[in-house]
Design a protein around this ligand. Structure first.
Ligand SMILES: Nc1nc2c(ncn2[C@@H]2O[C@H](COP(=O)(O)OP(=O)(O)OP(=O)(O)O)[C@@H](O)[C@H]2O)c(=O)[nH]1
Ligand SMILES: [Mg+2]
Length: 691
């Protein structure tokens, strides 16, 4: 057996056979699903090409993808190329479905970053390149839509290089004929090819006028490779031309260790450059064993799988998409509490049943009821650290209040939402104790829209959503002393309680305090807790209609009656006293102010500051984002009411790449017209609820 290089898993420079996996990633609508279609067509896995327009692609087979004309979840398709098994994971490009993409990347041997050749949109790939660099995931770039571009490849590359920690290594030079691109020169083999519709490209003589550019690009490639190899550097300095095989060996080793990013060109819609891409993948992408090592999966032979996606199917039950990262699995074997109920090789919606899956295979496992997205599983159950690294869960940036359309469905709703969260951990559900609303939280408007559609299509559960309420509170500005008496004489013995209370504002954040300074038993000890209950009963809804905070009530004096006084009488009296006294204490609305950190490329920092001030926020400062070259974090305080659709505006301002995190900071007094409107709206709402 040939020796295996510990660093790359290559065997004497050639990548090992065995099932491999490439994730197709890249900005929204760059052509990933179209590329998958082409890869499947070229490798013979499908006989006919589906198109985005007709809505019949393998990648976008779900009803939600068809409805939105975009990928909304990762889909897997396995095919064979020259005897090697390849699973391609077609990932959504929309940032709102970024969790799916990150999860898929964490099991892939490589990422193919599909981009459009448009300099102005280069920035849209920045978060993805950063993720790949951070996780040291080998990746190459496929510049798609080369059939339809005016841009020069070198300009696109220059813009991209500014966003990548790794050197980009251009592998092809386009041959232009008239306005269109007719073929390419491969700078390693120094051969020229002309694209041929539906077939492999024709080998053609290298056009004379292409030679200088070809030499320049080839020299650039060699110099970048020489940065990682002293021998190659020496050769270059001595003007010795390295052999083709040597160059491929360097390319392969440097891709596997994520030192360089090869760049290939093509047009997925026309299958241009797709065979070349497949060959590069075949020769240069490391195998599953190397990927498992890179991720830190503990070595051994006992089976370990990583679940990277969960799918609840309306009739067929739960499917857990997983990659075998160690050993091999058999149908019916146990993984933790579950027995594998079917192993399926996927091609979009098509499933082929297998009896086992070897190291490196990407399969869907049936009926793994306890398996969660992101979990690494062994026979003993959750593998924990043994399973190596996985992607973090994104924090929510957008939320909606959600209710079942029919009241009887409320219980079913929480069960179904739990299943959606199981499918997609970047979705969350929460109950807000202040507003009593059920919230669904996620990565943006379309992310939540798709979740709502899935509730209907998968669980036959129509729901209504609305903008969540802001948990306003209120407090008082002035203290007061108040005397309340409660006296009823109805038939038998009556009810009597009499109290003197002192109400005072407290500082912001102090909450509520109840004290007593009763002397001489004017209110007997056993009734004092009832007074406290009567007062706290009131806290939920103050004079303006909101929960009241930051004040104190002291019970200072009172009277009682031997027969007519009771717990109930004192509780009622306290409530009545509060209702009479509080409106006289100059109530004022409090709005929640959040601490917000907005991360953007620094060319947008000034715009973001204007965005903050335009939404009644206060910029506290800004600083370079640690570990993110060329990005800033703007720190601000903003009213929560201004954050609901902040992500929408932030994304439209920043080509979709801006993000933010937020946490509660403090409550702040709100007066004037805005406060009046909020109070009026609350009263109107209370009145309609009472009807
Ligand atoms: N001109 C041209 N158009 C292309 C090419 N590849 C894809 N397209 C078009 O680009 C659009 C988006 O294609 P998709 O394959 O759905 O893009 P995607 O990257 O999968 O999109 P998301 O998954 O939603 O991010 C479609 O209208 C395609 O027809 C290409 O090579 N040339
Ligand atoms: Mg797609």
């Amino acid at each position: 057996m040939p020796a295996e290089s510990p660093a790359t898993g290559t065997q004497n420079g050639r990548q090992p056979s065995g099932p491999r996996c490439a994730a197709l990633v890249g900005p929204y609508l760059s052509g990933k699903t179209t590329l998958l279609e082409s890869l499947l067509l070229v490798t013979g896995a499908v006989q006919r090409r589906g198109t985005a327009k007709e809505g019949n692609t393998v990648g976008d087979a779900s009803p939600e993808a068809r409805q939105h004309k975009m990928s909304v979840q990762v889909s897997a398709a396995t095919t064979e190329f020259l005897g090697d098994s390849w699973t391609f994971l077609d990932c959504p490009g929309s940032i709102e479905f970024g969790q799916e993409t990150m999860n898929a990347l964490m099991v892939a041997d490589t990422a193919v970053v599909v981009i459009e050749p448009v300099v102005e949109r280069a920035m849209t790939v920045a978060p993805l390149l950063h993720f790949l660099d951070q996780h040291e995931i080998p990746h190459l770039i496929f510049v798609n839509k080369m059939d339809h571009t005016e841009s020069r490849v070198r300009d696109v590359l220059e813009a991209l290089q500014g966003l990548s920690d790794r050197p980009l290594v251009l592998r092809q030079v386009p041959i232009r004929k008239g306005g269109a691109i007719d073929g390419y020169v491969d700078v390693v083999s120094e051969r020229a090819y002309r694209y041929k519709p539906g077939q492999a490209s024709d080998l053609v003589p290298l056009p004379d006028d292409m030679q200088p550019r070809e030499k320049e690009v080839r020299q650039g490639l060699l110099e970048k490779l020489a940065d990682f190899d002293d021998k190659l550097l020496e050769q270059l300095l001595e003007d010795v031309a390295p052999s083709k095989e040597e160059i491929y060996r360097h390319l392969s080793a440097n891709l596997a260790t994520d030192k360089i990013v090869p760049v290939l060109l093509g047009a997925a819609e026309k299958d241009h450059g797709v065979r070349r891409l497949l060959k590069a993948l075949r020769h240069e992408v490391p195998g599953a064993a190397a990927t498992a090592r890179r991720l830190g999966v503990k070595p051994g032979s006992t089976p370990l799988v990583r679940v990277f996606k969960t799918l609840h199917q309306p009739h067929a039950g739960k499917l857990s998409f997983a990659r075998v990262m160690r050993g091999a699995i058999k149908d019916n074997a146990t993984l933790g509490p579950d027995r594998i109920g079917g192993i399926f090789r996927m091609k979009g919606n098509d499933q082929a049943k297998l009896t086992e899956a070897a190291l490196g295979e990407v399969v869907a496992l049936g009926r793994m009821e306890h398996a969660k997205t992101g979990q690494a599983l062994t026979q003993a159950g959750d593998a924990g650290g043994e399973g190596g690294a996985f992607a973090a869960v994104l924090t929510p940036v957008y939320s909606l209040a959600i209710n079942a359309e029919k009241r009887v469905d409320e219980v079913k709703l929480s069960g179904s939402l739990a299943k959606l969260v199981e499918e997609d951990p970047s979705l969350a559900v929460e109950h807000n104790p202040d507003t009593h609303e059920h919230l669904i939280l996620g990565q943006g408007d379309i992310h939540l829209q798709v979740a709502v559609e899935r509730l209907k299509s998968k669980f036959s559960l129509p729901v209504v959503t609305k903008r969540p309420q802001v948990p306003y509170k209120e407090t008082i500005r002035k203290g007061i002393k108040h005397h309340a008496r409660y006296k009823r004489q109805t038939g038998g013995h009556g009810q009597f309680a009499d109290i003197h209370i002192e109400i005072k504002p407290l500082s912001r954040g102090a909450g509520f305090k109840f004290t007593e300074t009763i002397v001489g038993g004017s209110v007997p000890k056993n009734f004092i807790p009832s007074v406290e209950i009567g007062v706290t009963d009131y806290l939920g809804k103050g004079p303006l209609g909101f929960p009241v905070v930051d004040f104190c009530v002291n019970l200072s004096d009172g009277q009682y009656h031997d027969v007519d006084s009771s717990d109930m009488a004192f509780r009622t009296c306290a409530g009545q006293g509060m209702r009479e006294a509080m409106p006289k204490c100059t109530p004022v609305l409090l709005e929640p102010i959040m601490h917000v950190e907005i991360a953007v490329p620094n060319s947008y920092t000034a715009k973001v500051q204007r965005l903050v001030t335009g939404r009644r926020g206060q910029v506290m400062g800004y600083d370079a984002k640690p570990g993110w070259n060329g990005w800033d974090v703007v720190t601000a305080q903003m009213p929560q009411s201004e954050l609901h659709d902040l992500i929408v505006e932030l994304r439209s301002l920043t080509l979709g790449v801006g993000t933010f995190t937020t946490r509660f900071d403090h409550l702040q007094e709100l007066t004037g017209r805005l406060a009046d409107q909020i109070v009026q709206a609350r009263n109107a709402q209370a009145a309609s609820a009472a009807q």
